[in-house]
Write a protein that binds this ligand. Sequence first.
Ligand code: PSU
Ligand code: MN
Length: 280
Amino acid sequence: MILALESAVIAHGLPRPLNIKVAVELERMAKQMGCDPKTIGIVNGKIRVGMSTSEIREMGKRDDVLKVGTRDIPVAVALKRWGATTVSATMRIAHDMGIKVFATGGIGGVHPGNNWDVSQDILELAQTNMIVVSAGAKSILDLKRTMEALETFQVTVIGYKTEEFPAFYTRSSGIRIQRIDSLDKIVKMFRTKERFDIPGAILVCNPIPEEHEIPGDEFESWKEKALAEAREKGIEGKDLTPFLLKRIMELSNGKALEANISLLKNNVRLGCEIAKKMEV
Ligand code: PSU
Ligand code: MN
């Protein structure tokens, strides 16, 4: 009953020193639920499936950690760097080790604008056969285009106890998806995919718990401000997502941070339940 966890959230997603505390807490929760959590990352060029607590602590403190998507795995390994794996790289490595379930916060997707900033996460979700639990995609993204991309690339998207594609901080986006209420049905879907050799992931969308949800209009003003600042400063490419996350957390006076932690825990809980079902 292994559950994969990513490390980009430690190095680039959450502020210090809370990043370490949250990463350790997520592992503790998974263990308490009877799962074996494996936080995936790259330590001095070595791929670690199950970073030690001291490695997690060090990654959370270092300033020279690369943000590693799938295409960056060879770079981090060859240059013997520390690498924090995003959804794409975490999936690739976890799959290579035979891990079937992975819990994260939110997936990357299609950024707004016409500059073709489309996350590697989409391509990895299209190719790698796993169950990925996420709270949807953040509304810093173009959610409609993100959903269209997921369809084009044949990613199976389902809502756990919801009919709407959740938007990370909020439970709703107006974009409809197939609702599933039973863990057994998720496992059945996975088995069917295997039977017919359908490549790619099942993206299980798990909305943020109601008590920590941030209303869309409140979020919208922070988002607009963060996006405008990014444009002004010329921040783009792989630096864009971490910059926006950081600014939104600051602008929200900690509310976005609390929400982020809440949904991470919620996804680890569901990930554990699914991982346990997969074994039966
Ligand atoms: N969404 C979050 N927090 C994160 C990320 C996404 O709420 O830390 C990270 C994930 O690791 C995701 C990555 O895979 O950002 C996507 O980055 P990009 O948009 O550069 O592909
Ligand atoms: Mn990008």
